[in-house]
Design a protein around this ligand. Structure first.
Ligand code: SF4
Ligand code: SF4
Ligand code: FES
Length: 252
């Protein structure tokens, strides 16, 4: 069954733009990205849209559909009524380049600010041993496809541009949490430097665990419960534990 769907798509660039209405043919089994492509192939050949895999795995086609951060390739047309107006806009948290394409380089800057895994000095590659339970704990975070929908939805930077310098966002706080949980990460003598860094360098304290990031994650990663809350607990232990504070003061 095919029908005519009503899309309302944002067109514009960094200087401004507008929502324009389009009637686009939709066929059974299609997703929003199919209709955006059809629009490109017909009346809007210059419509800019970023995509790659069309399988929910490359993280390129992030946008806001009816105001909610989603992957266009994983949003089925069947989830909308046939007479519903479907609004497609670029991610609001990042600067627009053109139409549905944003400049997400903020995320690459933040990624570079997280120090990499530090291997233990007394072990050679090939000698690393980990418990299966530790492997599994971080496996969940490795499902991340870097779609940046969690970054887009997070009110700390979505509504407050001036927080961008201090706050790395859920995706990169999750990366810090993953490294902090790694039993072989040798960063710092006590391996407790990661929570300190999360608080001081990545703005962990600005997160008020609203769970919006978890709600939009297409990989269903429990960002808040499994990464951010444990990291906050570790940072709080570290900050308020008098022995650890004394040790840190002596070391610094
Ligand atoms: S839980 Fe924290 S990181 Fe996630 S959206 Fe809310 S404030 Fe942002
Ligand atoms: S954590 Fe989830 S929402 Fe955030 S970038 Fe990774 S896959 Fe996307
Ligand atoms: S096109 Fe790759 S995630 Fe949508």
């Amino acid at each position: 069954m095919s029908y005519l769907a009503h899309l309302r798509v944002w067109h514009g660039d960094a200087d401004g733009g507008e929502l324009r209405d389009h009637v686009v043919e939709a066929a059974e089994g299609e997703v929003v990205l199919d209709l955006v492509h059809r629009l490109q192939a017909t009346e809007c050949p210059d419509l800019a849209v970023r995509w790659n895999c069309k399988a929910g795995k490359c993280g390129s086609c992030s946008a806001e559909i009816n105001g909610k951060p989603k992957l266009m390739c994983m949003t089925r047309m069947s989830t909308f009524a046939t007479d519903e107006v479907i609004t497609v806009t670029p991610m609001r948290t990042f600067p627009v380049i053109k139409d549905l394409v944003c400049d997400v380089s903020f995320n690459y800057v933040k990624a570079r600010e997280v120090p990499a895994f530090e291997p233990p000095a007394d072990l050679e590659p090939g000698e690393y041993r980990m418990q299966q339970v530790d492997v599994q704990r971080s496996q969940e975070f490795r499902k991340c496809i870097e779609c940046f929908l969690c970054q887009d939805v997070c009110h700390v930077i979505r509504d407050h541009e001036d927080n961008k310098e201090a706050f790395s966002g859920p995706r990169f706080l999750m990366r810090v949490a993953e490294l902090e949980m790694h039993p072989l990460d040798a960063r710092g003598e006590t391996r407790a430097d990661r929570p300190d860094e999360a608080r001081e360098e990545h703005g962990l304290g600005l997160c008020n665990i609203t769970r919006c990031c978890t709600d939009v994650c297409p990989e269903h990663i429990q960002i808040t419960d499994n990464a951010l809350i444990p990291l906050k607990e570790r940072a709080a232990d570290r900050y308020y534990d008098p022995l650890l504070r004394l040790f840190r003061r002596k070391r610094d």
